[in-house]
Ligand binder design. Structure first.
Ligand code: GLU
Length: 483
């Protein structure tokens, strides 16, 4: 850690929606900033005109908001700073830390082919670095196009990585990379350094696929004699089959998990444990606990596996911990969307919705399950589960349901206990196991063979609905057995 106030950033490229890898980097930087009372900034790296698309920016920011990664200060857009970078290229040319390269595409291609044939690593030979002033003058005078390359000093570059300790790379393996293209525009690694420096970034936490970039970026810091941020490269996120998570392999972006009914608290918690370790057995944490515990000391050095079943387990755990009200806020629009009920109906029966949520929350895997497993709380528009129908809806059940509906209707108080007493009373008289009544009753009032405790369910639905549904089921059974 440094004594300077922490300033970190996430720098998404809008070439797609918010990928879990970028979301995890954003989360680590966010937690680091919040833990050390620092600032968490956003910079949109939208200079790749071919691959960047404006329409990805808002969904990326939206997914970050959904995760609760609120950022400080205004967002920086690299596309608005293109002219700004040029002056810095000139400075390095003047100081001799960079040089003009007049090699043509064809020459470079031939160089690469040669290296390949000789089984040597393909890297720039440094030919233009050795141009004398006479040659340089001539080329400039004849208006030959040029790129600008950094002159990487001979020897080894080392830095202390927050995750992996000291890392070193020889200049032969860094090569004199291009910092400005022939149209004068800055390349990615150059723009990043100017931005990180001017934004006062103190720590850069990102995926370890950026280590090669880091060695290049360090050359630029050193050429300017600017203080370097501390770099931390976290292991990549892999799929259960050990391949790197990628869109191509069908992996989903954060917005899709949101649409799949994952709650943000679960995603936040799960992503945090992909590459960081709380050093306890406990896995389920609230956001505040993670902020408190999060330090750079607990990064993992080995790759992390993104396992959707594990995410679901986290989702279940967080749903149970959430308040009924907070869940109701998320579930209400889903019920409306699924046409199970209307907005108006829910607004006038908010207490009922909360109660339904409380009955179901132990059983759901995702928010959508509140709809899939609880639609009958809002409408009678369901069919009976086929297997259960065949098994439970027998002529005998019709007779029992008729009698039980009569007894329920006669109850003064429609409560868990009175319902249980009525059902068990009838079972006792007929010398039947209560299951003989419980299963067909559940099927009659919900269409399902599983769900919350039957008496709670009946009480929640209320007498008129329960009795009506039981009688409708009787009609259905009679009709079924008549034909
Ligand atoms: N735009 C880069 C990316 O999306 C950011 C890398 C960095 O954090 O410097 O991978």
């Amino acid at each position: 850690m440094t004594d300077k106030p922490v300033r970190v950033r996430i720098a998404p490229s809008p070439t797609g929606y918010l990928h879990v890898g970028t979301a995890r980097s954003a989360l680590f930087n966010y937690l680091f900033a919040r833990h050390y009372d620092g600032k968490f900034l956003v910079r949109v790296e939208d200079t790749d005109v071919e691959r960047s698309k404006k329409e990805y920016i808002e969904p990326i920011l939206d997914a970050m908001r959904w995760l609760g990664l609120d950022w400080d200060e205004d967002i920086i857009y690299q596309s608005e700073r293109l002219d700004h970078y040029r002056g810095f290229v000139d400075r390095l040319l003047e100081s001799g830390h960079a040089y003009r390269c007049f090699c043509t595409r064809e020459e470079l291609e031939a160089e690469r082919e040669r290296a390949k044939a000789e089984k040597q690593p393909a890297r720039y030979s440094g030919r233009c670095r050795r141009l004398n002033s006479q040659e340089l003058r001539e080329k400039l005078a004849s208006n030959q196009p040029y790129t600008v390359r950094i002159a990487v000093p001979e020897g080894t570059t080392s830095y202390d990585d927050m995750v992996s300790g000291t890392l070193s790379r020889h200049s032969n393996d860094i090569e004199d990379f291009i910092i400005a293209r022939s149209d004068g525009s800055a390349t990615y690694n150059f723009a990043v350094v100017i931005d990180d420096h001017e934004m006062g970034i103190t720590h850069v936490i990102r995926g370890n696929d950026h280590i090669t970039n880091t060695f290049k970026q360090i050359q630029i810091y050193r050429a300017f004699e600017w203080p370097e941020p501390q770099f931390g490269h976290v292991p990549l996120i892999l799929r259960p089959d050990k391949k790197k998570v990628s869109k191509r392999l069908g992996d989903r972006d954060v917005g899709e998990y949101r649409r799949d009914g994952i709650v943000p608290e679960a995603m936040f918690n799960y992503l945090c444990l992909l590459g960081w370790n709380p050093k306890t057995e406990q896995e389920i944490y609230r956001r505040e606990e993670l902020i408190e515990r999060f330090t750079e000391a607990n990064f993992n050095a080995s790759n992390a596996i993104f396992d959707e079943e594990k995410l679901i387990a986290f989702n279940k755990a967080h749903i149970v911990r959430m308040t009924d009200h907070d869940l109701a806020v998320l579930v209400a629009p889903m019920l409306v969307e699924a046409d199970v009920t209307t907005k108006y109906w829910l607004e006038t029966r908010w207490e009922y919705l909360r109660h339904v949520i409380s009955l179901l929350k132990e059983r759901v895997r995702t928010l959508h399950d509140f709809v899939g497993l609880g639609g009958y709380f809002f409408s009678f528009d369901y069919t009976y589960e086929e297997k259960a129908d065949a098994k439970q809806f027998t002529p005998e059940a019709a007779e029992l349901l008729t009698e039980l509906a009569d007894r329920f209707e006669a109850l003064d108080e429609f409560s868990h206990d009175s319902l249980e007493a009525a059902l068990k009373g009838l079972a006792g008289q007929r010398e039947l196991k209560p299951g003989k009544l419980i299963h067909p009753t559940r099927l009659a009032v919900s269409g399902m063979s599983i769900g919350p405790g039957l008496y709670d369910l009946l009480q929640a639905l209320g007498k008129p609905i329960v009795v009506e549904r039981m009688r409708k089921a009787v009609e259905y059974i009679q009709k079924k057995h008549r034909t």
